[in-house]
Design a protein around this ligand. Structure first.
Ligand code: M6R
Length: 606
């Protein structure tokens, strides 16, 4: 998390830094800050909360300097206040940092003994003092090299120096960092998105590398301090214009955009004329893969769980699913015939990236399902399947979830056909239904009033549960995650059949419980589980699909019916009311829907 921007120019930079920081708020919005160099001094201004607060500060508006660094923070060490906000500066050096310095306490103790005085509770401040200390004996490049060696943990750094009016240093270990090139000015950013409004010419730093950015050129160094040459990439220079339109929140807009997400995905990956799947360049032969391991975090992990049901149903592959932060530290048995699929909206999630890196180091086959195609995960995977859902701004992932499960469903069909597990005729029927899906999602999106009403009950409850079986179980987890992340209501997702093994003890009179029971192979079993919670006083909101058969069950508090389709695709439709439930609950509570407390859109620390 956290976002970095640096500009070395011959024009004043503060206004451009502030504008770039606004774009970077998806990485953190606890506090923000800027430091520039003018008249031989480092000026630092920081504020708690959003970049707007920083911008309103009259000192920022009059800030001088043609070289500067800025930062938006997601707190790791020390509470989110203006003292802990970045940049952190000594008289000689100013630093912005993404990541975590794991040996900061040891380093701090050593520096305090040498007379350094600390102002903040952050791990970052040790970097400032270390560089200051090392500069006493070394030139800039050597002092940076020495400092980086002393740091343990992960970082992306932007550094300016009081005595260097034409120099920004950038350094990377673990956290992504990019350099951008402009006319008579050059830039540093935590990703290319941060730089896109200024340039489309980008160089990405690799782990361990650092760079020295001057106005007219940039030099790159290896971890050992040797000069290296790096490629300049030219990205598409189309900057996506993205605003809320007539919607109150990005999330509301993104929920409504889901039929377009599905249409785009279907157009890209389905050859409607020949009923084929347009994934032709898979770099491995069909007999080189016998198992698939799907890895992600949060909502992306739920996409992986969802995909497991499809891969098992439609292919003969062994399927496993893992949470990236667990996978990366376990003793995995890497097997040559496994395909590792990394699912991520941002493509920058630190744990997912580390899991990919681990697989690459073990020579495994890697595939990325991502939204941001310039991201680290996309760049470093062997094979990439973009989800094409456009920028997702709301911290709560909505259209990216539907985009991810669409691509994973299509991939399961493709591998099913390639391996001879799925016949052409069955594929054609499945594709026919898939092409009807965007329309069905559009119709399901019209259910609104009932969800608004039931959200009042959820808002008054101490906690809630989301239950489902089979294909609906990952959707229950996703519904619970959405509700807790947006409305801060405790919500637990559970397999409906597992309730009697413990969680049933939580059910008390009036507790709202969402039961996902579409008319699929699991329907009757789920309805029985629903009765078990009703019998113990739960207020059940049943979400099912439209059918000629009435639901034969009593004492259901409310029922919402989504459209009907084949059972593979029902999860797409069940997701919609759950997203809306979370949205309306947060709306009624008056919470910040697009930027919920304590969270960030892109989780770039582990
Ligand atoms: O960018 P990613 O898809 O890798 O992000 C993974 C999670 O951080 C993300 O899905 C998170 O759980 C969402 N905020 C949930 O709505």
């Amino acid at each position: 998390m956290c976002g970095i921007i640096g500009i070395n120019s011959n024009k004043p930079v503060s206004a451009t830094i502030i504008n770039s920081l606004k774009k970077l708020e998806y990485r953190g919005y606890d506090s923000a800050g800027i430091a520039t160099l003018s008249s031989g001094l480092i000026n630092e201004i920081k504020s708690e909360g959003r970049v707007d607060n920083l911008e309103k500060n009259s000192l920022v508006q009059n800030m001088e300097g043609t070289i500067g660094i800025g930062h938006v923070r997601w707190a790791t060490h020390g509470s989110p206040n203006s003292i802990n906000a970045h940049p952190h500066s000594s008289q000689n050096v100013s630093v912005v940092h993404n990541g975590i310095i794991e040996n900061s306490t040891l380093l701090k103790n050593m520096l305090v003994k040498k007379g350094h005085k600390f102002k903040s509770q952050t791990d970052t401040e040790v970097i400032v003092h270390l560089i200051t200390e090392n500069l006493k004996k070394e030139n800039i490049v050597n002092s940076i090299k020495k400092t980086l060696k002393e740091l343990q943990g992960s970082f992306a750094l932007g550094i300016i120096f009081k005595d260097e009016p034409d120099l920004i240093v950038g350094a990377r270990r673990g956290s992504p960092l990019a350099v951008g090139y402009g006319p008579n000015e050059n830039y540093l950013g935590s990703d290319s998105y941060a730089l896109k409004s200024m340039t489309n010419k980008i160089t990405y730093l690799n782990d361990g590398e650092f760079c020295v950015i001057k106005k007219d050129h940039v030099e790159f160094f290896s971890e050992e301090g040797n000069k290296i040459n790096k490629k300049v990439l030219e990205l598409s220079n189309e900057e996506e214009k993205y605003d809320k339109g007539d919607y109150k929140h990005f999330m509301a807009k993104e929920i409504e955009e889901q039929p377009i997400t599905l249409k785009n995905g279907i157009k890209e990956y389905i050859d409607s004329v020949n009923d084929e799947i347009n994934i032709y360049n898979i770099p491995w032969k069909k007999n080189e893969i016998s198992s698939i391991i799907l890895i992600g975090c949060g909502t992306a992990y739920h996409s992986c769980l969802m995909a497991k049901y499809w891969f098992e149903e439609l292919t003969s592959l062994d399927v496993n699913v893992d949470i990236a932060s667990e996978f990366r530290y376990r003793k995995n048995r890497f097997k040559k015939d496994s395909l590792y699929v990394f699912v991520s909206q941002s493509g920058e999630t630190a744990d997912t990236y580390a899991a990919l890196d681990l697989c690459k180091k073990n020579d495994m086959k890697t595939c990325a399902v991502v939204n941001v195609i310039e991201s680290s995960i996309a760049r470093d995977s062997e094979f990439v399947l973009p989800i094409h859902c456009g920028t997702e701004i709301g911290v709560a992932s909505t259209k990216a979830f539907l985009g991810q499960i669409l691509i994973l469903y299509i991939l399961s069909l493709k591998l099913g056909v390639l391996r001879g597990d799925l016949e052409k005729k069955a594929l054609s029927l499945k594709l026919k239904h898939l092409k009807e899906l965007p329309k069905l999602v559009e119709q399901t999106l019209l259910t609104d009033n009932k969800i608004q009403n039931v959200s009042n009950t959820f808002n008054q409850a101490k906690g809630s549960m989301f239950l489902g079986r089979g294909f609906s179980y990952p959707i229950a987890l996703e519904g619970a995650l959405k509700l807790k992340e947006l409305s801060y209501i405790h919500a637990e997702g559970y397999p409906a059949g597992e309730m009697k093994h413990g969680p049933l003890a939580l059910i008390e009179e009036g507790m709202p419980v969402v039961v996902l029971a579409p008319r699929d192979d699991y329907y009757k079993k789920t309805i029985s589980n629903m009765q078990e919670v009703i019998a113990r006083g739960a207020k059940v909101l049943l979400i099912t699909n439209k059918s000629d058969d009435e639901v034969v069950s009593e004492n259901i508090w409310e029922t919402i019916e989504v459209e009907s389709t084949n059972q593979d695709l029902l999860p797409f439709l069940l997701t919609i009311p759950l997203q809306k439930l979370a949205y309306y609950s947060a709306l009624k509570k008056g919470y910040d829907i697009d930027k919920p407390r304590n969270l960030a859109k892109s989780v770039t620390v582990e």
